[in-house]
Design a protein around this ligand. Structure first.
Ligand code: DQA
Length: 143
């Protein structure tokens, strides 16, 4: 089974950036955790600071995977373009946020992407990605 994890702007700084909000674990460390926990799942992590690159990835590659995890960072709250691209991707999709976006500033409580995802995990730190993989794996196994 193949899962694509798409991360947006500033998530490359995770581990160093505001650790009280986003945690101390980097995506390199998460990748190792995923390999240990889910050796049978082929997980690709992709991060970009550019909105258009997220859209290109959704359009050109996402459907080659069996499941998608998306954390579009701040673009979550603003990007109708990513929402439109996401709507066309017909595989199981989960939105993940490291922080609890509903307990933060008002402007973070809106997600343009949530209506086009099967679910949303927020506030569990890097564990949110592991929970997302667990869900997608179970769904794939029971398809
Ligand atoms: C985030 C939440 C966003 O509001 C913020 O802009 C981010 C990270 C999260 O994972 O908690 O960059 O998506």
């Amino acid at each position: 089974m193949k899962i694509l994890i798409l991360n947006g702007p500033n998530l490359n700084l995770t581990g160093k950036r505001d650790p009280k909000v986003y945690g101390k674990i980097s995506f390199e460390e998460l990748e190792k955790m995923i390999k240990e926990k889910y050796p049978l799942v082929d997980v690709t992590l992709f991060q970009t600071n550019h909105e258009g690159e997220i859209i290109d990835k959704l359009q050109s590659e996402a459907e080659e995977y069996d499941g998608l995890v998306i954390n579009a960072g701040a673009l979550t709250h603003t990007s109708i373009a990513i929402a439109d691209a996401l709507e066309s991707v017909k595989i199981p999709k989960l939105e993940v946020h490291l922080s609890h976006i509903f307990s933060r500033e008002e402007y973070r409580r809106i997600s343009m992407l949530a209506p086009y995802c099967d679910g949303l995990i927020s506030g569990l730190g890097m564990n949110g990605y592991l929970v997302a993989i667990q869900y997608l794996y179970a769904r794939y196994a029971n398809r």
